[in-house]
Each structure stands twice: as C-alpha cells, then as structure tokens.
Design a binder for this molecule. Structure first.
Ligand code: AMP
Length: 209
C-alpha cells in the first residue's frame, strides 16, 4: 500500500488533476476539504468545529484533521493507497501521516499568487458527479458534465476576501512542508500555470518514476 500527496496553494488545480489521476491510477481521492464540507452540511460535531475556520480561510485544528484521516484510511477502497488532496497542510499533519501510511510521491502544483484569485473566483463544479469547471479556462461544454444530474455548485469560500486569507495561511503554515518533503527525496514540482492536459501529462510522468 502506498499513497501520493497532491500539494499546492488553493486554486492550483489539485481537484481537477485528482479526478484525472484517479482515472489513470485507480487511487481514490481523499480531499480533507470535501470531507469537511460534507461534515458542515451534515451538521456533525466535526462540521460545527470546522465551519468558522473554513469561512475565515484558516486551518481547521490538526487533531480534527488527523482523526478524519485515520478513519478514512481504514475504509475498504483505501487498502491499496490513496491520493491525498489538500492534506497534509502542516508539519504535524505530515508527521502524523507518516505514522498512518507510506507516501511515495508528493506532487506540488505550482501557480503564482497573482493567478490564484482569478482561478478560484471563476470555478464551479457539478454537485452530483464532482466534475470541475471554470468560467474562463474550462467552461462546461454542450455535452455537459458527463452525468445525468448536472447541478452547478460554487463554494462559499471562493470569494476574493477569503481567498486572500487562504493564500496567507498557505504561505505561513503549509509551504514549509515543501522543504520537509524535499528533504525526504519524494517531492516533485510541476508547473501548474499551463493547460490542464499538459499538467496531467507531467504528473503521470512523475508517478512513473
Ligand atoms: P480546500 O477544499 O482543500 O481548499 O479546503 C477548504 C478549507 O477546509 C480550508 O480553507 C481549511 O479551512 C479547511 N481544510 C481543508 N483541509 C485541511 C487540512 N488538511 N488542515 C486544516 N484545514 C483544512
């Protein structure tokens, strides 16, 4: 069993690439952001703790996140490894992850800050199948999203004020992880400021190494 980590700032395209890598590798996507949004929607205790942090663009406490991951990794579809998206985001989370499951590749999708706001503020997805689109860069075509029940969804934290706060949080608390993983020899950076297909090709090439 071995897992991979998709790393990068909010709006780097981790969710879009995760969908494609999932098709190519069969590894299920484990997005802590998606898990937390589901918990908020369901009104669970975790969701109630997480809500305020998420709305203000801050990180949810490590202990909450680590408990979520410990449970998720026990599920049947995770037995051959998973693809983490948006986790880990702090060094304590990475240390906990190292105790939970081996990680073979950390793939950083690099996008300059000035491109992040325009990317995040135009994105939307299908609430039913999860396919991700963007007003400018990847609009939904005439064929729709590929599922029968297209329903447009936009995230409430995808607004300019919260994006700036999420970017600050990323630089202060998450980017130090790049050095941490680099020192372990499993860190690979790809240029995320290009066409979606080109980025996927690079990521799949890294995974073959
Ligand atoms: P995301 O969908 O990955 O952009 O996450 C949305 C929000 O959920 C973040 O802004 C954080 O508030 C919270 N969150 C998601 N993943 C984590 C994590 N690994 N650690 C702490 N907070 C997280």
């Amino acid at each position: 069993m071995s897992s991979i980590v998709l790393f990068g700032p909010p709006g780097a395209g981790k969710g879009t690439q995760a969908e494609r890598i999932m098709d190519a590798t069969g590894l299920p996507q484990v997005s802590t952001g998606d898990m937390l949004r589901a918990a908020v929607k369901a009104g669970t205790e975790t969701g109630m703790v997480a809500k305020g942090f998420m709305e203000s663009g801050q990180l949810v406490p490590d202990s909450v996140i680590i408990d979520l991951i410990k449970d998720r990794i026990l599920e049947d579809d995770a037995k051959n490894g998973v693809m983490f998206d948006g986790f880990p985001r702090t060094i304590p989370q990475a240390e906990a992850l190292a105790e939970i499951t081996p990680v073979t590749h950390v793939i950083a999708i690099e996008v300059p800050d000035e491109r992040i706001v325009e990317r995040i503020c135009g994105r939307y997805s299908c609430a039913n199948c999860g396919s991700v689109f963007h007003d400018l860069f990847n609009p939904i075509g005439d064929d729709g999203c590929g599922c029968e029940k297209w329903q447009e969804k936009r995230r409430s934290d995808d607004n300019e004020a919260t994006v700036n706060s999420r970017l600050n949080t990323y630089h202060e608390q998450t980017s130090p992880l790049a050095e941490w993983y680099r020192s372990k020899g499993i860190f690979h950076a790809v240029n995320g400021d290009r066409a979606i297909d080109e980025i996927t090709v690079d990521i799949l090439a890294v995974l073959e190494r």
